[in-house]
Design a protein around this ligand. Structure first.
Ligand SMILES: [Zn+2]
Length: 139
């Protein structure tokens, strides 16, 4: 009679490769610290590198969405005001979903191209492309 452990192992071994953990795309957690009335993301450059996007582009998005001012300083970004870490994390994930992740294969191996007035997200992993849907700012 087989024991539970080996049954479990066999079930795991039968999982298809594409849902195994190591293939999931992970955005680095924003490393946020506060100094007085400033909010600092210490690993901003690393986040941009992982997403393969220009820091200025992500920064522009965050400033608009968070409704604050700020600038890069070396590998860090400094925002004016205290911004909750969870808000920053949510916005970074939102950015990735809009500008980076392929909606077909969920991989980040994409690039942006302009087609007339439309920004197109092209996936080099599966060949899919879609227009970038930028929601209208309400504030
Ligand atoms: Zn794709």
């Amino acid at each position: 009679m087989q024991d539970y452990e080996s049954l479990l192992k066999r079930a795991r071994d039968n999982l298809p490769d594409n849902i195994s953990e190591h293939q999931r795309f992970q955005i680095p957690e924003p490393d946020v610290i506060y100094e007085g009335k400033l909010t600092i993301i210490r690993n901003f450059q690393e986040i941009c590198d992982t997403l393969s996007r220009k820091p200025e582009h992500l920064l522009g998005y965050l400033l608009k969405e968070l409704g604050t001012g700020g600038n890069m300083e070396g590998r860090r970004v400094i925002f004016k005001g205290r911004i909750m870490e969870s808000r920053i994390r949510n916005r970074v994930e939102e950015y990735a979903n809009i500008y980076v992740i392929c909606s077909e294969c969920k991989r980040p191996d994409t690039s942006l191209a302009r087609d007339g007035r439309t920004l197109i997200l092209k996936c080099s992993a599966c060949g899919a492309h879609r227009p970038v849907r930028v929601h209208k700012a309400t504030s």
